[in-house]
Ligand binder design. Structure first.
Ligand SMILES: CC(C)(COP(=O)(O)OP(=O)(O)OC[C@H]1O[C@@H](n2cnc3c(N)ncnc32)[C@H](O)[C@@H]1OP(=O)(O)O)[C@@H](O)C(=O)NCCC(=O)NCCS
Length: 167
């Protein structure tokens, strides 16, 4: 509970598209997520405050139904909270819900990869929630990025992998 009420976490559905795009303008990506997330091997969660979607995040616990395999399994992916609603525990609630899904699936650990240049906030949050870095220095990787106009492009970036025990 915070000053705006209880943070509700639930699975995303097609009816959320308007609110998701209002949060971040990446409609094609959300369509991909809704298609690949079956609520079992991959889950796309939203966070609501007073019935408004204020954030979202994914977790991959297995190879998806389309055959996509993340670098680590289970893995947290694409966490986002609308700026106005940050520092209220929304991301923490989304992370804890996804950890619970991974644990329920039978995993003893969970992973997340973070670009330390792009998200010092996420590095701080991962450390606060007992995620431990697997490398001393960031390493290069290539990922698909999505700009605010909904365009996607490949870009090299540097990331650190973090791991947390779920036991
Ligand atoms: C990273 C992000 C998801 C955090 O969301 P949030 O809802 O504000 O996070 P919470 O309120 O649950 O957690 C707050 C904790 O996160 C860390 N944190 C969040 N914002 C921070 C900031 N601006 N500076 C330092 N630490 C920060 C701190 O550990 C903070 O704990 P504290 O308030 O006790 O200091 C949000 O800033 C965001 O959406 N950023 C853009 C997208 C992004 O970087 N995603 C991560 C991709 S890997």
């Amino acid at each position: 509970m915070n000053e705006q009420g209880i943070i509700k976490i639930r699975h995303a559905n097609a009816g959320d598209m308007g609110q998701l795009c209002a949060a971040r303008n990446t409609e094609n990506l959300f369509r991909e997520y809704l298609h690949e997330c079956d609520g079992e091997k991959a889950c796309f969660l939203v966070a609501e405050l007073a019935e408004k979607i204020v954030g979202f995040g994914l977790v991959y616990v297995d190879v998806t139904k389309n055959g996509k395999r993340k670098s680590h399994l289970p893995k947290l992916s694409d966490l986002f909270v609308i700026e106005k609603y940050r520092r209220k525990g929304v991301a923490t609630a989304l992370i804890q819900a996804r950890e619970a899904i991974a644990k329920q699936y039978g995993h003893a650990h969970i992973f997340v990869s973070i670009d330390p240049d792009e998200s010092t906030e996420m590095i701080a949050l991962a450390k606060k929630l007992s995620y431990l870095p697997l490398q001393a220095q960031p390493y290069a990787a290539v990922a698909t990025y999505h700009d605010s106009q909904g365009h996607s492009y490949e870009k090299q970036y540097f990331r650190l992998d973090f791991k947390k025990s779920l036991i």
